[in-house]
Design a protein around this ligand. Structure first.
Ligand SMILES: Nc1ncnc2c1ncn2[C@@H]1O[C@H](COP(=O)(O)OP(=O)(O)OP(=O)(O)O)[C@@H](O)[C@H]1O
Ligand SMILES: [Mg+2]
Length: 345
């Protein structure tokens, strides 16, 4: 794509009809020796202020690559973005100069990464690392920045923040370290926060606490939250809507309630059937049969067809568009009606 870069930053204030963040027909490829890896193949999603979008899909479906494209942290090359837009408050981030992009990255759109221990520097105190955000980006003095760090540690509910601000990362538990990462990500009051599998390394109780914390912070600040996970069970309570990805495409998009009530794509159905449920104790868990697709050589037609119990001849030849089921819901399955009705052939 030919780039004409600009330094004009996205305006703050009212949004009009434009979503806060809109990914629009995004394509990302990696040009490797083995060939072209088609990691993202036309993803579109939006998130508004105070809204939580959960992005779901198995390993390799393109969730993180999409997030990295939003943040502007893909290595290009090998990554190439042949097509698409990422509009933040109406401005296409892909057209911004690197200088303008830096003003957005981490400050107006921030990201929490999965592995909190490796993301923190072991040789600096947590207070120093959090306060660095304020020293570097806001030009604060050391002592003012340290006060802000304590405030933030309180805000992410780290007990005895004032005493612990001079501790090192290894002195905190995994859950507490993730809280420190969250504190750093929200330090500069971002308008959009991307949380990429923020709880996978944590045990179930701590996972729930981190999710609750994110939800609380979001209510206070009205950030748009993109929550990436491969665990449908985690998102039920916190998300407003879900985008399900498969082989770099969105295969189903819907308000949370609709998806849980009745999925409209066979892949979503497979994901739901593979969640352990207390009311079905003793039953075998369903696993989606077959292997994830090879992104170097995607199946023809619908990428899910080799694994799909609803497959018909046209699924092998025709790529399904995202059919509109309602104003807020879409499914990229030619047979979404049958899936929705639960009539498995
Ligand atoms: N630098 C790269 N070079 C080649 N391929 C890459 C590169 N980065 C990512 N990919 C490929 O892009 C695909 C999508 O990766 P991505 O990290 O977005 O998956 P994901 O949905 O986040 O999976 P997970 O749940 O495991 O985090 C994968 O097949 C991955 O191997
Ligand atoms: Mg990932």
């Amino acid at each position: 794509m030919k780039k004409t870069s600009t330094n004009v930053l996205p305006a703050e204030g009212g949004l009009g009809d434009e979503p806060l963040l809109a990914v629009d027909d995004l394509h990302v490829e990696f040009h490797t020796r083995a060939g072209t890896v088609r990691a993202v193949n036309g993803v579109s999603y939006t998130v508004g202020p105070g809204e939580t979008l959960a992005v779901l899909g198995e390993s390799g479906s393109g969730k993180s690559v999409t997030a990295q494209a939003i943040m502007g942290i893909l290595d290009m090359p090998p990554a190439v973005i042949p097509k698409g837009q990422i509009r933040f408050r109406g401005t296409d981030l892909l057209k911004l100069s690197e200088e303008a992009r830096t003003q957005v990255r981490g400050q107006r759109i921030a990201m929490i990464f999965q592995d909190a221990l490796s993301a923190l520097n072991p040789v600096f105190t947590v207070g120093w690392q959090i306060s660095e955000m304020f020293r570097v980006h806001r030009g604060m003095s050391k002592s003012d920045a340290m006060k802000k760090a304590v405030e933030l540690m309180d805000r992410v509910r780290i007990p005895a923040a004032r005493q612990r601000v001079n501790d090192y990362p290894h002195q905190f538990s995994g859950g507490m370290r993730q809280r420190i990462m969250i504190a750093m990500s929200i330090a500069l009051d971002p308008e959009v926060l991307i949380a990429d599998e923020p709880t996978t390394a944590l045990d179930v109780t701590v996972q729930a606490q981190i999710m609750e914390l994110l939800a609380e912070l979001q209510r206070e600040s009205q950030m748009g939250l993109i929550l990436i996970t491969h665990d449908l069970g985690v998102v039920a309570d916190v998300a407003d809507k879900i985008a399900v990805m498969y082989a770099g495409r969105i295969v189903e998009q819907a308000p949370v309630y609709d998806i849980y009530k009745a999925p409209a794509h066979p892949y979503t159905k497979g994901l739901l059937d593979s969640i352990p449920r207390v009311d079905q104790k003793g039953q075998d868990l369903y696993a989606i049969k077959g292997l994830p697709p090879n992104l170097l050589d995607l199946p023809t037609g619908c990428s899910f067809h080799p694994r799909c119990p609803y497959r018909q001849d046209n699924c092998v030849t025709d790529v399904p568009p995202l059919y509109e089921i309602s104003g807020t819901r879409g499914s990229a399955c030619h047979y979404w009606r049958e899936v929705l009705d639960g009539d498995q052939q």
